[in-house]
Design a binder for this molecule. Structure first.
Ligand SMILES: [Mg+2]
Length: 163
């Protein structure tokens, strides 16, 4: 089967722009959250307060949150996920499907009701399109890392929203 094109369904400046209204319009009730470059910079241990408030607000509104990270550092992912009280997976191997499937099974939600929120086109958005969930792309918080710039060029054709 050919790979789907990794366009996001939504492309927003940062996660705090993801509102309950936007999620309901997409038919989404659960979010799979990337950590690095999405919720916080890769060099940070915790997100800024506005992001923590955003997560709390979505949970109050009844949305299910789940940490789906490709980060290989077990302690980093675990420490953050436990601090905010969310289920989590590290080494998720996005755009592979095993992590998405495990998340959906654990949450008891179907792909159509889930959205992957991430900063990477070829892991987060490609994985979302392959899995059949929604993809929400945010501008990476890691733009200070010069070695990500070549990848950004490769991402340019797919940095626009498609249904
Ligand atoms: Mg990331």
């Amino acid at each position: 089967m050919p790979l789907p094109l990794p366009y996001p369904h939504l492309f927003l400046p940062d996660v705090t722009h993801i509102t309950p209204e936007r999620l309901r319009a997409l038919g989404v009730s659960g979010l799979l959250l990337d950590i690095d470059g999405t919720l916080m910079q890769t060099r940070d241990a915790m997100p800024r307060q506005a992001v923590l408030d955003w997560m709390a607000h979505l949970r109050q509104e009844g949305f299910i949150l789940y940490i789906l990270s490709n980060n290989k550092h077990h302690h980093r992912v675990k420490a953050f996920a436990e601090a905010v009280g969310l289920p989590w997976q590290h080494l998720a191997k996005k755009p592979g499907l095993s992590g998405f499937r495990e998340a959906a099974r654990k949450l008891g939600l179907s792909p159509e009701t889930l959205a992957m929120v991430g900063d990477q086109t070829y892991t987060d958005m490609l994985g979302a399109r392959r899995f059949g969930c929604k993809g929400i792309l945010v501008e990476s918080t890691d733009t200070y890392l010069w070695y990500f710039w070549p990848r950004r060029l490769l991402e340019l054709p797919f940095r626009k929203e498609r249904p």
